[in-house]
Design a protein around this ligand. Structure first.
Ligand SMILES: Nc1nc2c([nH]c(=O)n2[C@H]2C[C@H](O)[C@@H](COP(=O)(O)OP(=O)(O)OP(=O)(O)O)O2)c(=O)[nH]1
Length: 185
C-alpha cells in the first residue's frame, strides 16, 4: 500500500525502514532536473544549502506564481547554464518531522542547449549511467533514479530525521504508475 501523500494506484518497487510515517504537514513545491545523454548523467556537486557536498540534479523551490515547469527551467539555467526540453519523470515526497513536506517534481531531459557552466550553488559533472555516485547522493535516490533512466514514471516518499545538518533516513517507499511517461510541455 502506498504511504499517505502518494496516489493509491501505484505498484511497489521498493520499500525500507520501520516505524510510522511522519504526520502530515503543509506542502512546499520543489523541482529537480536530470539530463541524460550518450549513456551519461549530468549531476551537480552542491556547494551550499540543503544537500551540501552531495551530488543531485539541478533544482530548487518553485516561486509564487511560477509553474513547476518554469521553475525547473529557471533552476536548470541558473545552476547549470543550460536549457532543455523537460519530461516529467516522477514525484518525490521528502518528509522531515516539524518541517513542511517537500513535494519534488523530477524531470528528465535527453538533450540540452547552451554551455554547461558552474554556478555559485552547483559544480556540474558527467557520470556514466553505470557508475552513478549513489554513496554521495540522497539515500533513497538509488531506488528511484534507475526508474528515471528506464523511463518508468514513479512516485516515492522518503521520511528523514534531521540531526543538525544531517538527514538520517527512517523509512521510504517507491512505486511506479501505470501511466506512461508523458511530455509536460
Ligand atoms: N534527489 C533528491 N533531491 C532532493 C531530496 N530532498 C530535497 O530537498 N531534494 C532537492 C529538491 C531541490 O532540488 C533541492 C533543494 O533545493 P534548494 O534548497 O537548493 O532550493 P533553492 O535552490 O530554491 O534554494 P536557495 O536558492 O533559496 O538557497 O534538493 C532528495 O531526497 N533527493
Amino acid at each position: 500500500m502506498p504511504p499517505p501523500g502518494l496516489p493509491n494506484n501505484l505498484k511497489e518497487v521498493h520499500s525500507s525502514g520501520s516505524g510510522d510515517w511522519f504526520p502530515e504537514a503543509e506542502i512546499r513545491y520543489y523541482t529537480n532536473v536530470f539530463v541524460v545523454q550518450d549513456g551519461k548523467l549530468l549531476l551537480g556537486y552542491k556547494k551550499r544549502g540543503l544537500g551540501i557536498h552531495r551530488y543531485n540534479g539541478f533544482g530548487g523551490k518553485v516561486e509564487a506564481e511560477e509553474s513547476t515547469l518554469d521553475a525547473a527551467l529557471r533552476e536548470l539555467k541558473e545552476e547549470a547554464g543550460i536549457t532543455a526540453p523537460l519530461v516529467h519523470a516522477g514525484t518525490l515526497l521528502f518528509v522531515v518531522p516539524g518541517e513542511k513536506w517537500a513535494h519534488i517534481d523530477i524531470f528528465r531531459a535527453d538533450k540540452y542547449t547552451g554551455t554547461i557552466t558552474e554556478s555559485d550553488e552547483m559544480r556540474p559533472e558527467w557520470f556514466p549511467t553505470t557508475d552513478i555516485p549513489f554513496d554521495n547522493m540522497w539515500e533513497s535516490d538509488r531506488y528511484w533514479l534507475p526508474l528515471l533512466l528506464s523511463k518508468q514514471h514513479f512516485s516515492a516518499r522518503a521520511d528523514f530525521n534531521r540531526e543538525g545538518e544531517k538527514h538520517i533516513p527512517m523509512k521510504w517507499w517507491i512505486g511506479t504508475a501505470s501511466k506512461a511517461v508523458s511530455q509536460s510541455n
